[in-house]
Structure formats: C-alpha cells, structure tokens
Design a protein around this ligand. Structure first.
Ligand code: HEM
Length: 482
C-alpha cells in the first residue's frame, strides 16, 4: 500500500530534497526540524520548484525572485493565503474558528492602525521609555547583564499592548503573561497536530486545551474594560470625543459595522491573536538587530548621532522624526535580511490545479511557499549577501530616484521578510515604527556589548523559525545624562 501510494503520489513529479521513499521521507522530515536552512538552500540551489517532507505534509518551495513574484501574483481563488495558514497553523483548533471566519482585526490593522500611526506614536514612545527604564535598570558605573530575548519580549509586549488594548492593561503582569504564553501555546498546538494523521486531526484538534485555557484566564481580566467600552459605544456611538485609540476599539467598531454586535468571545480571541501575530515576530526581529549591535558596538555611534540630529531638527519624537531615521531603518532591514523570522514566506494553498511558468503542475491542495533566507542570501539579488552591511539600504536610498524604495517596510520579489503582495504583513508599518523607536531609544540611553566582543551567538533554526539565541546575555551600561 505504501508503495502504491508513493508511486501514485500527486507530487511525485516534483524533485525532492532528501528522499521521497515511504517511511524514509520521515527521516527527511525530522532532519527538517533542525536543518531546515540547509535543506531549503540545497533545493534553492538545484531547482526552481522542489518539495520538502514535513512531518504531516509535503511543502512545495519555489526558488528565485521570478518564482516569488509569480507565486504572490496568483489571485486568492487560485492560491489562498488564509487556507495555507489554516492548514499550517491549524488556526481553527490552535486559536479558535471565529478568528478566521471574522478577521475584523485584520481590517482594524490595515485600515485604522496604519493610518493612525502618527497619532499613536507618542504613546508607544512613552511605553518604550517606561519599560526600558524598568526592565534595563543599568547604571553609568558598571555593565548590567540582561537576557536579550526575554527582556526585549517584555518591552515589545508592553509597547504593542499599549496600542492593542491601552493603559493600564498593557502593564498588567497577568495579562501580559497570558498574551505572551498564548503564542507559545499556538506553536505547541501546531507541533502536536503535526504528529497526528490528517484523518484524526478533526478529533484531536478540538481537544487541544490551550486556546480555551487562555481565553478563560483572559476573559475576567478584560471583561470590565469590554463592558465599559460597550456602554460608551451604545451611548455615544463612534463619534465620542475621547474614545480610546487602539486596536481593540477599532475591532469593536468594525464588528458593529459588520453586524456582529458586541461579540465578547471574538474580541477576547482578537486580543490573543493580535499578540500571537505581533509579539514573537517583532521580538525576534529586534533581538537579531540588538545582537548585531552588541557584537559590533562600532555600529552604535552612527545610529546615535542620527537619532540625536533628527530629534533636534524635528523637535522631539514623532512618526515624521522616525521616518527621517534612515540609518536605523536600514540597520533593522539589513538585520531582517541577514536573519529574518522564518526561512519561508508567501504561504499559499493551491485552491485549483495550476501549472507554474516552468511547467511544474501543482495539484489542488498543495501548500507552497517561497524560500526567504535563500532569496535574501542570493548574490543575484544582493551584493555580498553574506556580509552584514548595516547601511546597505540607507546607501541605496541615496541613489537617484531610489529615495522612496528600500525602506524597512518595502517588499519586493527579492525582499520577502514581510511576505510580498496582497497578503504582505499588514502590521509591518506599526512594527517598523515600534522597532525603530526602540532602537533609537536604546542607542540614546545605553552602550551595549557582548562579553566576548565580535561574537554574535549563532541563530537557532527550529523547523522554519529563525530564532536568536534565547539565553544570550547582552551587557548594558547607561550613558551619562541619558
Ligand atoms: C517585524 C515584525 C513582523 C514580521 C517580520 C512579520 C512578518 C509577517 C509575514 C512574513 C506574514 C505573512 C505574509 C506572507 O506569507 O505572504 C505576516 C502576516 C501577518 N502579520 Fe506580520 N510580521 C510582523 C509584525 C506584525 C505585527 C506587529 C502585526 C500586528 C499588529 C502583524 C500582523 C500580521 C497579520 C494580521 C498577518 C496576516 C495578513 C493577512 O491575513 O492578509 N505582523 N507577517
């Protein structure tokens, strides 16, 4: 049976990295857990389209900027992002079904958060400064060791939640623990389901306890705020003068617009899912950049000078000021190129049989993605791609007619850290704003270094995720009069 299934497998015509033989392909799938980078690179170097065994499915990966462009251009009815995410992350069970059915938070991010960035920037600045002072209590006299990843996670969680749910919840320890823990729960749930055969997933999936536990713990904490906001909306409508400017409020208004009323359960899910999409991605991205800075403290001075100059010229912190910090923008973008948060992006699920331009037939139901890390380290796309060149993008922006390109938030077929096309990360404008002001504050307040200068801890790949070392300690020293 195994042999027959293998012979007739609908993807058997696509070259495999590792072996496609029955049972032995599981060896490849286990290798993928710790060696995804090598396997993706091998496929990228050899083929335009290849497949890689994962524990519960085959993943078809396209190679090169042209194929990335082709993948992102497919309309949703041929290649669906939502269905790909549902199948990869099992959102119905690891998060909850309502969130895919009523993604009001995506509309809130796309239509409200991005447009209101200038309005919310002072609040993010305030939260970042409070959180840094509290969580990095370094003095001028000695170096304070700080666990980079964990501390940046706490700062990102506070700053992001200031704009997701506002004060004082963004500083509530129990609330933040649930919000941060939920992302780990989703990852745990996805990993469990990867080991469950597809036909048993509809039975095991609903039994996953974590999403229900998170909701149950979160509900009493947010309930008073939900009630208060509901009353205000009932009494004064959306026109109320001093209404909160945050994602929860925008999601509540969007839910009303869609005729969903006041869906308490969905709103709790939205708070959790916002944290799931934002916290790990932003923390990983910032920690990668922090590690470059700590390994090479010579990078600090140009960023610091830029922040000081711009803040003086603009009269303080604002979205416009952050827009002028091109070196900091470039530093974060280069770190995303060199490291990134995941080895693949532009996830799609084929909703129909399609044939790619190179002639590869893709049957309905196939999950496809682009090879992010390999694209970003391809010398056809970048000069000296393996060199970390912090001002690579700010130099490019100085060229004629290029000033509007190469921003941290820009995407292209060669630049897919935020995905590319219609489903490119809608939160990237907010993320870039937040991470830039974190970086500017950090260089203005502190000197940083690693114990062993020049040594950046190796990234850790877990399946497709590219993690900075989670235990690495960075030394912080407060600058005089900062
Ligand atoms: C540096 C931080 C971030 C990175 C690197 C990142 C990266 C990504 C990537 C790669 C995708 C998938 C695109 C694709 O496969 O085509 C995505 C989607 C998404 N991201 Fe982000 N993201 C970040 C921050 C955020 C933040 C802060 C938010 C929320 C405020 C957010 C909300 C979302 C949402 C809602 C989607 C799904 C889009 C859709 O349904 O069309 N992300 N992100």
């Amino acid at each position: 049976l195994f042999f027959l299934r293998w012979r007739n497998h609908p993807l058997s015509h696509i070259p495999t990295i590792g072996t496609s033989l029955p049972i032995l392909s599981y060896v490849g799938a286990f290798r993928f857990i710790h060696h995804a980078r090598d396997l993706l690179q091998e496929g990228y170097d050899k083929y335009r389209v290849f497949r890689i065994p994962m524990i519960d499915r085959w993943l078809v990966v396209v190679s090169g900027a042209e194929m990335n462009e082709e993948l992102r251009k497919f309309p949703d009815d041929q290649m669906s992002f939502e269905h790909a995410v549902e199948e990869m992350v099992h959102t119905n069970w690891t998060i909850q079904p309502d969130i895919s059915r009523y993604p009001v938070h995506v509309t809130a991010i796309k239509e409200k958060l991005t447009r209101n960035l200038a309005v919310v920037t002072p609040a993010i600045v305030n939260e970042v400064q409070l959180a840094m002072d509290e969580l990095i209590p370094a003095t001028e006299k000695e170096w304070l060791p700080v666990t980079g990843f964990q501390t940046m996670m706490k700062i990102v969680a506070r700053a992001s939640n200031r704009i997701f749910v506002g004060e004082p919840l963004c500083r509530n320890k129990e609330y933040l623990d649930i919000a941060v823990g939920f992302s780990n729960d989703v990852i745990k749930g996805t990993a469990v389901l990867a080991f469950v055969p597809a036909f048993l997933q509809p039975i095991v999936g609903p039994l996953l306890p974590w999403p229900r536990w998170a909701k149950r713990r979160m509900y009493p904490i947010v309930k008073p705020m939900l009630d208060e906001r509901r009353n205000q909306l009932d009494q004064q409508g959306e026109g109320q003068a001093d209404k909160p400017n945050d994602c929860l409020q925008w999601s509540m208004e969007e839910a009303r617009l869609r005729g969903l009323g006041h869906p308490e359960d969905l709103l709790v899910q939205i708070i959790l899912v916002l944290n799931f999409t934002a916290l790990h991605t932003s923390t990983i991205s910032f920690t990668h950049a922090l590690f470059h800075l700590a390994a090479n403290p010579v990078y600090i001075q140009p960023l610091r000078e830029e922040a000081e100059r711009v803040l003086q010229a603009e009269g303080g912190w604002s979205k416009a000021a952050l827009g002028r910090m091109t070196k900091i923008d470039s530093f974060l973008k280069e770190s995303q190129r060199a490291n990134g948060v995941a080895g693949i992006s532009i996830f799609r699920r084929a909703m129909k049989d399609v044939t790619l331009s190179d002639g590869t037939y893709i049957p309905k139901g196939t999950i496809l993605a682009a090879a992010t890390t390999s694209t970003h380290h391809d010398e056809r796309n970048y000069e000296n791609p393996d060199v970390f060149d912090p001002l690579r993008y700010s130099r490019l922006r100085e060229r004629e007619n290029e000033s509007t390109k190469h921003h941290y938030v820009s995407t292209s077929a060669k630049d897919i850290g935020f995905g590319h096309g219609k489903h490119a990360c809608p939160g990237r404008f907010f993320a870039a704003n937040e991470l830039k002001l974190m970086m500017a504050n950090l260089v203005l307040k502190y000197d940083v270094k690693f114990q062993d200068e020049g040594q950046r801890p190796e990234n850790e790949w877990l399946s497709i995720n590219v993690m900075p070392c989670q235990t690495a300690q960075v030394l912080f020293r407060r600058r005089a009069a900062s």
